[in-house]
Design a protein around this ligand. Structure first.
Ligand code: AMP
Length: 214
């Protein structure tokens, strides 16, 4: 049995064409079912639905043989036990620093002010500000980071930005782009040895599908 860990929503939807290229069709729609294990047209392949942030954990410990999740999640989790063969170029966005409209971020940085930064992405934020030599107090949040600068909880946030509409709707402005993000395929290293043939088939099919859309 080959188990693929996916999260519902954008990653699931954008993975379907890649699965199709590997001859795999998921038989249930995750938005219509409460099942967490979805069968496919191939009896030896199943999909498990997990939270995006849990995908690396499932793959690392062998709860899934392979999975798909954002580079942001992988950096925060660490790479241990994970083989990362492909950038799937789906679920593209960026990690950026944003502040309240009217907040002079450049001046605060120039003056060496100690910034309070709220984020879910503490590793990415810590490394970024350390490399810039900016002192920050990081405040870990689990959701709605946009609220932090509006309530005085933080001076800035580090968050995912796609169109920028969420920032705009909350009167926030993007002041620095930290890195580009896309979804990556990750594979359990032990599974890659024990189930080499079927996993290689899937990885190679994904790779070929990406070449044709490049
Ligand atoms: P946007 O308004 O298009 O800039 O989208 C920003 C919101 O969507 C933020 O709350 C992000 O956390 C979320 N978001 C954007 N792109 C992604 C992605 N690729 N994966 C997960 N969340 C995302």
């Amino acid at each position: 049995m080959i188990t693929l860990a996916l999260s519902k929503g954008r990653i699931f939807d954008e993975t379907l064409p890649l699965l199709q290229a590997a001859g795999i069709e998921v038989l249930d729609d995750p938005e219509q079912t409460r099942k967490l294990i979805l069968a496919t047209n191939r009896p030896e392949v199943r999909v498990v639905l997990v939270r995006a942030t849990d995908v690396p954990t499932y793959v690392q410990y062998g709860g899934a043989d392979l999975g798909i999740t954002g580079l942001d999640t992988l950096i925060e989790h660490g790479n241990e036990g994970l083989y990362q063969p492909l950038d799937l170029r789906i679920a593209q966005c960026r990690v950026s620093v944003a502040v309240r409209e009217g907040y002079d971020y450049a001046a605060a940085v120039r003056q060496g002010a100690r910034l309070r930064v709220a984020t879910k992405y503490v590793t990415i934020a810590r490394d970024f500000f350390a490399a810039k030599g900016v002192h920050v107090d990081l405040i870990k949040l689990y959701g709605s980071m946009e609220l932090a600068p509006l309530t005085g909880l933080a001076d800035a946030i580090v968050d995912l930005v796609s169109t920028g509409n969420t920032l705009k709707a909350n009167h926030l402005v993007e002041v620095e782009r930290i890195m580009d993000i896309s979804a990556r395929l990750v594979v359990n290293q032990a599974a890659l040895k024990l189930k080499r043939e079927p996993l290689r088939h899937i990885i190679d099919a994904f790779g070929r599908a990406l070449e044709t859309t490049a």
